[in-house]
Design a protein around this ligand. Structure first.
Ligand SMILES: Nc1nc2c(ncn2[C@@H]2O[C@H](COP(=O)(O)OP(=O)(O)OP(=O)(O)O)[C@@H](O)[C@H]2O)c(=O)[nH]1
Ligand SMILES: [K+]
Ligand SMILES: [Mg+2]
Length: 439
C-alpha cells in the first residue's frame, strides 16, 4: 500500500439507493476518468456523462461526474466522484472497470488518512470526521462538526507552537550562556511552562463531558424489590420495555433502553431489586445491578413511600443525587431520604414524571452538554495532555537548563502525538481504523 496508488470506494451507503457515489483519489484519477467518461470535465463542476468500459466498449451507466484536481480536494490529491444510479450491479460494474484500469479498492479510512498525510487536517480533525459520520444525536453532531472544523486542532496547534518557542528560548539560553543574550531566558521558559500547564490543566478539568457526549451518558436505576423501578423505566420511555409485576425480584438482568435527552444519547438501565437474596440467579442479578451503578454517570435511587428506606439503596444516596419517592399515590413523600430531598413521583398516575424528565435532562446537560469552549473527546486526548502537563511540571521544577530543555521537548512530543505532527506512526492505525471504507 503506497500513497501513490489510485484508490476508489463507495462513499455512499451500501445497498440499493437512488444514487451511489464512487469516489476515486490518486495520481491516475484523471487518466482513468478520461478513459471511462471522455475528456475531463471542468474542475468542481458536475457534468453528465455516459460511462463506458473502454476494453469492452460497453456502456456502464449515465452518471454525474466531478473532477477535483490536486490540491483542492478532500485528500489533497487528484480526485473524482461518480454519481451513479444506485443499484448494486451498476456499482459493481463501474468498480470492476476502475480496478481493471489500475485503481484499487481503498482501505478503511484511507481517504481521510491521505487528507491527513497531505496536510489537509490534523488528527483531531480526522477524528472529528469519524465522529460526524457516527453522530446519532444533535449534540454529538455539533461537537463532532466543531472538531472536524479544527477547533481542537487550533487549540493544540497553538500550544505546540508556544512550546516550540519556549524550547527555542531555552536552547538559546544554554547555547549562549556566556554571550550577552538576555540572561533571564531560562526563567522565561520556566514561567512559560507554568502558564501553559495551567491552561492544559484547566482544559483537562472538564469533568469528561466531551468524552461522555461522544460515548453517551449511562444512567442506572437502583432500589429495593417492588420499589417500582421497572414501572418508572417504562413510564419514562413510554413502552413496556421491562416486565412489571407485584412479585418482588421480578427483574433479574439489566434491562437497557436508549433515549435522547437534550440532544445527548442516554442509556437508561433498569436493574434487579437490592436485597439479601437466597436465589442464586437473583444474587447474580443484584451483583450486576451494583456493577451497573458503579459504571453509571448518574444513579437514580428509587424508594417506595409505603416502605421504610432500605439500607442497601440508602448506601447509594449521595448529596446532590437523584432520589425518587415512588408510589406517591399511596402515601405522601418524606421530607428527606438519606439527607436528600426526594422527588415525589408515581409510575401509576404519572405524577411527578414531567419533573423527573426535566431533572434528568438537566443532569444530562451538566454531564455531557455541548460546552462553550472546545473540549477533548477521547481518552487518547486525555492521556497525551496529562502527559504533557506532567512534563511541563518537570520543566518548571528542573534545576539544570538541560533538564528543562529535555522536559519541554517531551511535552512537545506528547502534544505532537495528539495532533499527529510529531511521532505519529503508532497512532495512525488507531485513528484511521475507526473509519469505514470510503470515508
Ligand atoms: N400504587 C402504585 N403502585 C406502583 C407504582 N409503581 C409501581 N407500582 C407497582 O409496584 C409493583 C412493583 O413494580 P415494579 O415496577 O415491578 O417494581 P421493581 O422495582 O421493578 O421490582 P423488582 O424488579 O422486583 O425489583 C407492581 O405491582 C407495580 O404495579 C406506583 O407509583 N404506585
Ligand atoms: K416487581
Ligand atoms: Mg423490576
Amino acid at each position: 500500500m503506497t500513497a501513490t496508488d489510485t484508490i476508489f470506494a463507495l462513499a455512499s451507503g451500501a445497498g440499493r439507493g437512488a444514487i451511489a457515489i464512487l469516489r476515486m483519489s490518486g495520481r491516475d484519477s484523471g487518466s482513468i476518468l478520461t478513459r471511462i467518461a471522455g475528456r475531463l470535465p471542468a474542475p468542481r463542476v458536475a457534468s453528465l456523462r455516459r460511462l463506458r468500459d473502454p476494453a469492452a466498449g460497453e456502456a456502464l451507466d449515465e452518471a454525474l461526474v466531478l473532477w477535483m484536481p490536486a490540491p483542492r480536494s478532500y485528500t489533497g490529491e487528484d480526485s473524482a466522484e461518480l454519481h451513479l444510479h444506485g443499484g448494486p450491479a451498476v456499482v459493481a460494474a463501474v468498480g470492476a472497470t476502475l480496478a481493471a484500469l489500475g485503481a484499487r479498492p481503498a482501505e478503511p479510512g484511507e481517504f481521510t488518512r491521505r487528507a491527513f498525510l497531505n496536510g489537509r487536517m490534523d488528527l483531531t480533525a480526522a477524528e472529528g470526521i469519524a465522529d460526524l459520520i457516527a453522530a446519532e444525536t444533535e449534540a454529538q453532531r455539533r461537537q463532532a462538526l466543531r472538531q472536524a472544523d479544527g477547533a481542537l486542532a487550533q487549540v493544540y496547534g497553538g500550544w505546540a507552537e508556544r512550546l516550540t518557542r519556549l524550547l527555542a528560548h531555552q536552547e538559546a539560553a544554554i547555547e549562549f550562556a556566556d554571550d550577552d543574550l538576555p540572561t533571564d531566558l531560562g526563567d522565561r521558559a520556566r514561567e512559560g511552562a507554568g502558564a501553559l500547564r495551567a491552561e492544559i490543566d484547566a482544559h483537562l478539568a472538564d469533568g469528561g463531558r466531551g468524552e461522555r457526549l461522544r460515548e453517551g451518558v449511562l444512567v442506572a436505576i437502583l432500589g429495593a424489590p417492588n420499589a417500582g423501578k421497572s414501572s418508572l423505566l417504562n413510564a419514562l420511555v413510554g413502552r413496556d420495555a421491562a416486565i412489571v409485576s407485584a412479585r418482588a425480584g421480578t427483574t433479574r438482568d439489566v434491562v437497557e433502553v436508549r433515549l435522547e435527552l437534550a440532544g445527548v444519547p442516554v442509556t437508561l438501565s433498569d436493574t434487579a431489586g437490592l436485597r439479601e437474596a437466597a436465589d442464586e440467579i437473583e444474587q447474580e442479578g443484584i451483583r450486576r445491578a451494583h456493577r451497573r451503578a458503579e459504571e453509571a454517570d448518574l444513579v437514580i435511587t428509587v424508594f417506595a413511600t409505603d416502605k421504610a428506606p432500605d439500607a442497601e439503596t440508602l448506601a447509594w444516596v449521595k448529596p446532590g443525587a437523584l432520589v425518587l419517592a415512588n408510589k406517591s399515590d399511596l402515601e405522601s413523600a418524606p421530607a428527606e431520604i438519606g439527607g436528600v430531598l426526594p422527588l415525589a413521583v408515581s409510575a401509576r398516575t404519572g405524577a411527578g414524571l414531567e419533573e423527573l424528565r426535566l431533572r434528568l435532562q438537566a443532569e444530562t446537560v451538566r454531564l455531557a452538554g455541548v460546552a462553550e469552549a472546545p473540549v477533548l473527546t477521547r481518552p487518547r486526548h486525555r492521556a497525551a495532555l496529562t502527559e504533557a502537563s506532567a512534563w511541563l511540571r518537570e520543566a518548571e521544577a528542573a534545576a539544570l537548563p538541560e533538564l528543562v530543555s529535555e522536559a519541554l521537548r517531551a511535552a512537545l512530543r506528547a502534544i505532537g502525538r495528539l495532533t499527529g505532527r510529531v511521532g505519529v506512526e503508532d497512532v495512525l492505525d488507531i485513528v484511521f481504523g475507526e473509519f469505514c471504507i470510503g470515508k
